[in-house]
Design a protein around this ligand. Structure first.
Ligand SMILES: NC(=O)c1ccc[n+]([C@@H]2O[C@H](COP(=O)([O-])OP(=O)(O)OC[C@H]3O[C@@H](n4cnc5c(N)ncnc54)[C@H](O)[C@@H]3O)[C@@H](O)[C@H]2O)c1
Length: 402
């Protein structure tokens, strides 16, 4: 591709995933780190024309004032996941990106998220006014940085769920509600998605929040020739489930019960300790076993906040299964991962894949990105290897992707 810059607009730009992705991107641009953990750096994607790291420029929306470099510093001091030396090498770029982070908004985002906000958000904005402001922020970045395209990624805190029956099925009906704050059911994540997709930018929803995950906003995306995908990055316990469950299915071992217990202590976990926010995440983590196994075993997913664990998540899985002669057996495994380190490279990967999809003229849901998500829109295939083949086929321009 020619040398034009591509924008990365992060919603929740100072959170753990965003700060790690930003430091990682700067370090890649300065060739300070290797490409370990990056799917887009695998050999099969090397020659498909992905945008080089050097051509990506970052900005975004946030609801907290804390400087970006301080947030990155916290990851170094509290969680020991980035070295202080790397952060000081990236400091000038972090400060420059900080200048481009604009105040976001929290309409219908729930009290746990509202409690985080300390930036000046215009009071009494209607949803339409908020969308116009957010879209202007994005468009100003596109213009000032002379960007050829913008990929907007939602890495903000998880919102409480929205009842599907409260969502109008068409874009025309949804559009009418944007002037009516009392009756508009759309949460902040969806208003950001409308701002992005209505302007033709690509949108990725890395969170379990609603975002663009309803027919009306998908319709807007298609109408605007924009592409989008989500939801909820598959980085740890659910990734493991989507690899292990096919093994039980293919050996005809009957899974009797599957229990996943997750403990961690970052800000994401704190927001998820609100029962309304937690329900969105548990729903997203809990549903893949039935489609893979062909029956629904007893299953339980729990997520608990323990502040001392910081960004380090432990997930204990207890799988009780039945073998030949009905003999019951057990597999237990413990996943100890660093949440932001697992998630951040996937954000950077998806920016590159989404940007290439835009150049290839893709419109609507990017189903070839299913392997990156716990709840991939419009895809009932949850087996990780099959989902990954979809990505490889798309890369080779072989798959039938709507
Ligand atoms: N492994 C992972 O870390 C992982 C995996 C899958 C999904 N996710 C999801 O990604 C998201 C980010 O995770 P994190 O660990 O970085 O969380 P975090 O709490 O560290 O960061 C979230 C950031 O979003 C900001 N924010 C909240 N609401 C906002 C709004 N309406 N507008 C703008 N900014 C807003 C917060 O101030 C915070 O800086 C969460 O929804 C999480 O569930 C993370």
């Amino acid at each position: 591709m020619e040398n034009s810059k591509i924008g990365v607009w992060l919603i929740g730009a100072k959170g753990g995933v965003a700060s790690t992705a930003i430091v990682g991107l700067i370090a890649l641009q300065k060739r300070l780190i290797a490409e370990c953990g990056l799917v887009s750096a695998l050999p099969q994607f090397r020659d498909i024309g992905l945008v080089p790291w050097e051509q990506l420029a970052v900005a975004g929306h946030e609801i907290r004032r804390s400087p970006l470099a301080d947030e990155a510093q916290k990851l170094a001091a509290d969680n020991r996941i980035i070295s202080a030396e790397l952060i000081s090498q990236c400091r000038p770029e972090l400060d420059a990106i900080d200048q481009r982070i604009r105040p976001g908004m929290i309409l219908n985002a729930g009290p746990a998220i509202a409690a985080l906000a300390d930036v000046d958000i215009p009071p009494s904005e209607t949803p339409r006014q908020a969308i116009e402001r957010l879209r202007k922020d994005m468009a100003d970045f596109v213009q000032s940085a002379r960007l050829a395209h913008l990929v907007v990624v939602n890495v903000a805190s998880t919102e409480p769920g929205v009842a599907a029956k409260s969502l109008p099925p068409t874009w025309a009906e949804t559009d009418r509600l944007l002037d009516d704050p009392q009756n508009c059911p759309l949460p902040a994540s969806s208003l950001y998605a409308i701002a992005a997709l209505g302007a033709g930018y690509s949108h990725i929803n890395f969170t379990p929040s609603l975002g663009a995950g309803c027919p009306a906003i998908d319709e807007l995306a298609r109408h605007s020739n924009a592409s989008h995908y989500g939801c909820d990055g598959k980085t740890g316990e659910t990734l493991l489930k989507s690899v292990l469950a096919p093994m039980f299915a293919h050996r005809n071992l009957g899974v009797l019960s599957w229990v996943g217990h997750n403990i961690f202590g970052n800000m994401d976990a704190k927001v998820l300790s609100d029962p309304a926010n937690k329900q969105s995440k548990v729903a997203s983590k809990g549903h893949i076993l039935g489609p893979i196994l062909g029956y629904q075993p007893n299953s339980l997913v729990s997520i608990e906040y323990l502040s001392d664990l910081g960004d380090w998540k432990t997930a204990w899985d207890h799988i009780h299964f039945s073998g030949f002669l009905g003999v019951p057996m057990t597999l237990q495994c413990i996943w100890q991962g660093c949440d932001s380190i697992l998630a951040a490279p996937l954000v950077l990967d998806m920016v590159r894949f989404a940007e290439l999809a835009h150049r290839r003229g893709h419109v609507g849901q990017m189903t070839f990105l299913a392997s990156f998500f716990k709840s991939p829109y419009g895809v009932s295939e949850h087996r990780f290897d099959r989902q990954f083949q979809m990505l490889e086929q798309w890369a080779e321009k072989k798959g039938p992707f709507p």
